[in-house]
Ligand binder design. Structure first.
Ligand code: SF4
Length: 434
C-alpha cells in the first residue's frame, strides 16, 4: 500500500467507526475533517495515476496553488501521519540511504518514502525556506539532491523586528515565481488565484483566532487531544473551502460548549501549556482530561501567527494595505523559532501568561535544533516571573513508543501534574487572608 492508499484506508475506517458508534465526547465536526482528508488523498492518488507533476513544499503551499493544476506534497505532514510500525521501518530505510537518523522524526522519515518511487510520487521541483525550522529546510534540500531535482530556498532573515525585511522577502518570492515557471512545465502564476486563497486564509485564521480566544476561558471547551492538532492549511487541500468550513463548524461547536460551560475535561482543575511537540499515538491526552487538566494551548513555531494573528488584510502591522505578494511574504516571515532565541523564549512566556498556565511541558524532540539550549532559560524565567514549574522532557514523537518508554513517560507526566497541583494549592493558600 502506498502512502495515499494507507491514508484512504485509515479515514474510511474512522468514518465507518463514527457511523457505527459515535463518541459523544468527540467533536461532531470531526466527521467533516475526516471526509475532507479522505477526499484529498483520493484526489492525490488520482493525480499521481494520471501522471500529473507534483511539487514538494516545505512552505508556501498557498503560492504554489497559483500556478495551475499540480499536485503538492507536504512531506512533513506526511511523516507526521505515519503509524508507529511504518515510522520504525522508515528509520531503517533512512540508515540504508546513508543518512543520519538523529534528526527529528518529522523532518527525516519522509526521505525514504519520497525517494523510493512507489510510496509517493517524486516531486518535479522542491520549494524550501529558512526562518522556521532549519532541519526541515536541510532535509528538503537533501531530498532535492537525492532526486536530482531543482530546489528554491527562500531566505528569511532572523532579525527582529521582522517587518523590516518585507521588501527583501518579496523580491525573493518574485524570483521564486520565475523559478517555478522555468522548471515546472506548463506553470503560469495567477495573482487572482492568490487573492482567492488569501480570502479563504483570512476566514480560516479568523476561525482559529476565535478558537484561541475560547481556549483562554475557564473551563476550556476543547479536549487536549484536539488542541494538539496542528491546524491544516486550506491551500493544502484540493477542496480548500471545505477545510475552512470544518474550522468554522468546529468553532461553532466550541461556542455551544462555552454557552453550556461544558468542558471535555469535566471540572477543570488545572491548565498546562504544551510546547514544541509530543508523543504521537499515546494516551496522554485522555489521561490529562481524566484528571481535570486542560491544555488550552499548544505552542510551536507557527502557533502565534495562526491563532493570534495578524490576519490577511490587517493594516495595523505595516500601517497600510499590503499587495497579495506582500501578504504572502508577511505570513512567511514570522515564526516563533525563526528568529533569535529571545523570540522563542518571549513567545513561550507570553503563551503561558495569555492562557493562564499552571505549568508548562516542553517536549524537546530529539534532534530539534531550533530550541536547543533554550529550555533552561524558559524554565528559569517562568519560575521567576510566574512561579510555575516546567517539565523538560526529551523524546521522539513517532518512535520509541515501546511499553517501557511509554510507562516511563507517563510516570514523569504524572509526577509533573502532581507537582502543578501542589504548587497551585500552595499559591491559593498563600493568597487567602489569614
Ligand atoms: S520538532 Fe523541531 S526539528 Fe522537528 S520539525 Fe519541529 S521545529 Fe523542526
Amino acid at each position: 500500500m502506498n502512502v495515499f492508499e494507507a491514508e484512504i484506508a485509515k479515514y474510511e475506517r474512522r468514518l465507518e467507526k463514527i457511523e457505527r458508534n459515535p463518541n459523544p465526547n468527540m467533536a461532531a465536526s470531526n466527521k467533516l475533517l475526516y471526509q475532507v482528508q479522505l477526499e484529498d488523498n483520493r484526489e492525490h492518488l488520482r493525480a499521481w495515476r494520471e501522471g500529473k507533476d507534483f511539487v514538494g513544499v516545505a512552505t508556501g503551499g498557498m503560492l504554489m496553488r497559483c500556478f495551475g493544476d499540480f499536485g503538492r506534497l507536504n512531506l512533513v505532514r506526511i511523516a507526521d501521519r505515519l503509524a508507529t510500525g511504518r515510522a520504525e521501518q522508515c528509520v531503517d530505510m533512512v540508515g540504508a540511504l546513508g543518512l543520519p537518523d538523529y534528526a527529528c522524526d518529522r523532518t527525516v522519515l519522509f526521505l525514504p518514502l519520497a525517494t523510493a518511487g512507489d510510496d509517493l510520487p517524486k516531486p518535479r521541483i522542491i520549494v524550501s525556506r529558512t526562518g522556521a525550522c532549519e532541519v526541515v529546510n536541510d532535509t528538503h534540500r537533501t531530498l532535492a539532491h537525492l532526486l536530482g531535482v531543482p530546489v528554491f530556498t527562500v531566505d528569511i532573515p532572523l532579525g527582529d523586528p521582522d517587518q523590516e525585511n518585507l521588501a527583501y522577502v518579496v523580491k525573493q518570492l518574485e524570483a521564486l515565481i520565475e523559478f517555478v515557471e522555468t522548471h515546472l512545465p506548463g506553470a503560469r502564476f495567477n495573482e487572482s488565484k492568490l487573492r482567492e486563497y488569501q480570502e479563504l486564509g483570512r476566514r480560516w485564521r479568523a476561525a482559529l483566532h476565535d478558537i484561541g480566544e475560547m481556549r483562554k476561558l475557564i473551563p476550556c471547551p476543547e479536549h487536549p487531544r484536539d488542541v494538539f492538532r496542528e491546524p491544516l492549511f486550506p491551500e493544502e487541500f484540493t477542496n480548500s473551502p471545505l477545510i475552512v468550513k470544518y474550522y468554522e463548524d468546529f468553532r461553532d461547536e466550541l461556542r455551544g460548549r462555552v454557552a453550556r460551560r461544558w468542558s471535555p475535561v469535566g471540572e477543570e482543575r488545572l491548565r498546562i501549556v504544551w510546547a514544541i511537540t509530543g508523543p504521537y499515538g499515546s494516551n496522554i491526552w485522555d489521561y490529562l482530561a481524566k484528571r481535570g487538566v486542560a491544555v488550552p494551548f499548544w505552542h510551536y513555531g507557527g502557533s502565534k501567527r495562526n491563532f493570534l494573528g495578524p490576519n490577511f488584510g490587517d493594516t495595523e502591522e505595516y500601517g497600510r494595505k499590503l499587495s497579495p505578494l506582500e501578504e504572502e511574504a508577511r505570513m512567511w516571515m514570522y515564526n516563533s523559532w525563526g528568529g533569535g532565541g529571545e523570540r522563542w523564549i518571549g513567545d513561550t512566556i507570553n503563551a503561558c501568561r495569555e492562557f493562564r498556565a499552571d505549568g508548562l511541558v516542553l517536549f524537546e524532540q530529539t534532534g530539534c535544533l531550533p530550541v536547543v539550549g533554550l529550555g533552561h532559560v524558559i524554565a528559569g524565567r517562568l519560575e521567576q516571573q510566574m512561579h510555575i514549574p516546567v517539565w523538560r522532557i526529551e523524546g521522539r514523537q513517532l518512535l520509541g513508543r515501546s511499553e517501557g518508554v511509554e510507562a516511563q513517560f507517563m510516570a514523569g507526566l504524572e509526577e509533573f501534574v502532581d507537582l502543578c497541583f501542589q504548587r497551585k494549592e500552595a499559591a491559593l493558600l498563600r493568597s487567602q487572608p489569614s
